[in-house]
Design a protein around this ligand. Structure first.
Ligand code: F0G
Length: 450
């Protein structure tokens, strides 16, 4: 088979700059060994996140010029609304400035003390928004989803038996909705099958519970369904996307991922009464219902992004480029979450640095090592991010791939640098927290080494 190439050519370039190891040592020290606190200019290859970091197409930039900046009823809004309705079949489309704003509005309406919200794995902002209302966020991913080496084709699936048990235990009246994150970011960017979505829908129907998707990476999930799920290979990604949304009562979406834009979000709802209450909160905290905290140009770029993301040559390249990185690391003996996820490769930091116990943050030690060694920025998804209340099941380091930004040689550089660091892994240094805020500590906490 021939190399799957980037299905675009480059029209605008942005220089990136290498620093010296001595400079990076000082940058790390000054930032308290927290890579969220360094300047992006001091990073060579930035794999911190795939969120809002993608490159827009020429048609999206053309949309930026077309953007209608009217306060109410802008043409750009109707373009976006109609695009989303056609893609998802969900009638009510609320624009927000990003995913967590949709989460905040939704859970302010349905959350509250005593409520319990199940998910395969809650993303950190979703969990925080639920807990902020006094409700409890519960993770119910299948057992295979908790083990880096198990190769299940749909490791993001929800454990349906555990969902039933939770409903029996707390009672359906305490569960305002069931959520499923596609793909499952906190569980390794792993997909959820249509079969699993249907099974969860069936449980929800029996207990009269709404089902919501956290659909940030819906197109990547649909691509995996097309590749892996029996009977789905001949359907178009667009049809599969529609089947996913047809099973849902609503969705929260960060358009910074599969919307292929740098800012934007959506809240999708079917229930007209919920829409009325959500509109009130939207106006109160984001903006009028036809712009939701965004400029007209953002709405226009978003509409075009949601069209482009379901192009199958794009998705083939996208998923293959992530898989390529994963395969090279695995071949060098570096344990990753298998199989490779859609938007990112997750290195098993416990296996990478067995000399560092979870309490001394093996993931963060690896993140610092990658930056010190090669100017690469990754993010810890383990005890720093999730361990403030209870130890998380895995210590991972995520190498997230921005969409349409880096070429294969950038990825080859990441592979070479990571393998070199693996050969010197005994030199990675444990960390201790010097200061932390009461929640979401990974963004601002400071560490010391040693
Ligand atoms: N849900 C999931 C599954 C996410 O991955 C994110 C963001 C959000 C919700 C929140 O969206 O950032 O637009 O407010 N994930 C980014 C990441 C930040 O790096 O994984 P947002």
């Amino acid at each position: 088979m021939k190399t799957i190439i980037e299905p675009f050519r480059i029209k605008v370039v942005e220089p990136i700059r290498m620093t010296t190891r001595t400079e990076r040592e000082e940058i790390l020290r000054a930032a308290g060994y927290n890579l969220f606190l360094i300047r992006a200019e001091d990073v060579l290859i930035d794999l911190l996140t795939d969120s809002g970091t993608g490159a827009m197409s020429s048609l999206q930039w053309a949309g930026v010029m077309r953007g209608d900046e009217s306060y109410a009823g802008a043409r750009s809004w109707f373009v976006l609304r109609d695009t989303i309705r056609a893609l998802t079949g969900i009638e009510h489309v609320l624009p927000t400035h990003q995913g967590r704003a949709s989460e905040r509005i939704l859970f302010e309406l349905v959350g509250g003390p005593g409520k319990v919200v199940p998910n395969n794995n809650h993303f950190d902002t979703t969990r925080a928004n639920i807990e902020h209302t006094g409700a409890q966020a519960v993770d119910l991913v299948i057992e295979e989803g908790r083990h880096p080496t198990s190769r299940h084709p749909f490791k993001g699936n929800m454990d349906v038996a555990r969902l039933e048990a939770l409903i029996r235990e707390v009672g359906p009246e305490r569960i305002p909705l069931v959520m499923i994150t596609v793909t499952n970011n906190s569980g390794g960017g792993q997909p959820v099958s249509l079969e699993n979505l249907r099974a969860v829908r069936e449980v929800c129907d029996r207990h009269k519970l709404p089902l919501f998707l956290d659909a940030c990476r819906f197109a990547e999930n649909a691509w995996f369904i097309k590749q892996r799920e029996p009977g789905q290979g001949d359907r178009s990604v667009r049809e599969i996307v529609r089947s996913m949304f047809d099973l849902a009562d609503g969705a929260t979406i960060s358009a910074k991922k599969d919307g292929l834009v740098n800012i934007g979000g959506l809240l999708l709802l079917r229930d007209a009464e919920l829409v009325r209450r959500a509109d009130e909160l939207l106006i109160l905290t984001e903006g009028f219902i036809t712009y939701g905290g965004l400029a007209g140009r953002d709405l226009e770029a978003m509409a075009q992004g949601f069209e482009e993301v379901v192009h199958e040559d794009y998705l083939q390249y996208r998923i293959r480029s992530t898989e390529y990185l994963g395969e090279k690391l695995l071949a060098a003996g570096i344990q990753i979450v298998e199989p490779p996820g859609g938007h990112a490769i997750y290195i098993d930091a416990r296996r990478f640095c067995p000399h560092i116990p979870p309490a001394r943050f093996p993931g963060q030690a690896l993140v610092c090592g990658l930056y010190r060694h090669a100017g690469i920025r990754a993010v810890e998804i383990g005890s720093v991010m999730f361990g403030q209340k209870a130890p998380p099941p895995m210590e991972l380091v995520r190498l997230a791939i921005p969409r349409r930004v880096y070429t294969q040689s950038h990825i080859d550089y990441v592979v070479e640098a990571t393998i070199e660091l693996y050969e010197q892994r005994a030199s990675l240094r444990p960390l201790a927290i010097e200061w932390e805020p009461p929640s979401l500590r990974h963004f601002t906490c400071r560490f010391r080494e040693g």
